[in-house]
Design a protein around this ligand. Structure first.
Ligand code: LMR
Length: 329
């Protein structure tokens, strides 16, 4: 009869809808500002791959590199309103969000090496910092390494005097502002996506970044000198929109946590290699003169920047700073 036909059709449609619903993947938009060919770029792609595998296609992570979706400041706003679900901003970019404690990582010469750093990111301080994001609607997932920063400019940078009166692009961190001021330079906060052009047109004279960022943004084309200073650390907090993350089915969330664990190991394994390869690339290009600071020159820079610690201790909390000093010896 007509009635049974209609009922049968309705049943088929309902079945179709529920099958479609079961198959439509959960989409995670993961936005970042660096090139795909960097520690962060590669680790986010690795996460996308493992997320698909471990969830058996239930989750699809779409990675958007090179500020294709959002620039520095916008991406954090986009995460909070849920326009994207995941990011991995540098630890120097959380100040504008009101979580100034992350700027502890920006103190010049605070970590001797990544082993020192991991004591902090993988310990109580790291967990405490991530917890501070929760009331902002953000869930912290992991810390990913990039590496130690070096200075570049169109004039050689060897001594503190070489910074005097020059403009340096920095990330949005008050500690970094003081770092540049401590040596007589003029700090200028600017989105990462705008640095190449600012260097090219002379809006700023120089900048600081790990070599992987320097090279993949082609900054070596517009900077005559690169000084290997390793004066400060640049790494990432991988974060998710809290409401989105908490709303995931528990099994899926567990699989994503596993994918993240593997991606973190991968990121931290390749970071140094990527930076080493980038330095080779810069040298091969012949466009930038690479200078490695002598032990004494590096010590002189460390001394000149030392007052930043005292001056900015209150901003990140004296206790946090003391704990870092203690745990890194
Ligand atoms: C920068 O703005 O220099 C870096 O934070 C970019 C990045 O994400 O590594």
């Amino acid at each position: 009869s007509r009635r049974t036909l209609v009922q049968a059709l309705l049943a088929v449609t309902a079945l179709g809808a529920s099958v479609a619903q079961a198959q439509a993947p959960i989409v995670i938009k993961f936005s970042h500002v660096v090139a795909a060919d960097t520690p962060k770029g590669k680790a986010s792609e690795f996460f996308a791959k493992r997320a698909a595998e471990l969830t058996k296609g239930k989750v699809k992570v779409e990675v958007y590199a090179n500020s294709a979706l959002y620039k520095d400041k916008e991406e954090l706003e986009a995460l909070q309103i849920g326009a994207v679900q995941m990011l991995a901003p540098s630890l120097a970019k959380f100040g504008p969000l009101g979580v100034k404690e992350f700027e502890a990582f920006d103190f010049p010469f605070i970590f001797d090496d990544t082993a020192d750093l991991h004591k902090i990111t993988q310990g109580a301080v790291g967990a405490g910092l991530m917890a501070k994001l929760e009331p902002r609607g953000i869930h912290g997932l992991a810390f990913w390494d990039n590496g130690f920063k070096s200075f570049s400019a169109n004039t050689p940078i060897k001594t503190p005097a070489d910074f005097k009166g020059k403009k340096f692009r920095i990330q949005s961190s008050k500690v970094l502002e003081e770092e540049i001021r401590s040596v007589g330079g003029i700090p200028q906060v600017m989105a990462f996506s705008e640095v190449y052009q600012a260097l090219q047109t002379g809006v700023v004279d120089g900048t600081e970044n790990p070599i992987s960022n320097f090279y993949t943004q082609k900054m070596h084309e517009v900077q005559k000198h690169l000084s290997i200073t390793n004066h400060g650390y640049l790494g990432y907090a991988v974060i998710a929109n809290k409401k989105f993350w908490d709303g995931l089915p528990a099994d899926v969330r567990g699989q994503l946590e596993q994918a993240m664990k593997e991606s973190t190991a991968y990121a931290n394994k390749i970071a140094q290699e990527e930076n080493d390869a980038a330095l080779e690339g810069v040298k091969k290009s012949g466009k930038t003169t690479v200078y490695v600071l002598t032990k004494d020159e590096r010590l002189a820079l460390k001394k000149a920047m030392a007052p930043v610690h005292l001056k900015m201790a209150d901003r990140v909390g004296k206790e946090t700073l003391q704990t870092i000093y203690k745990e890194t010896g």
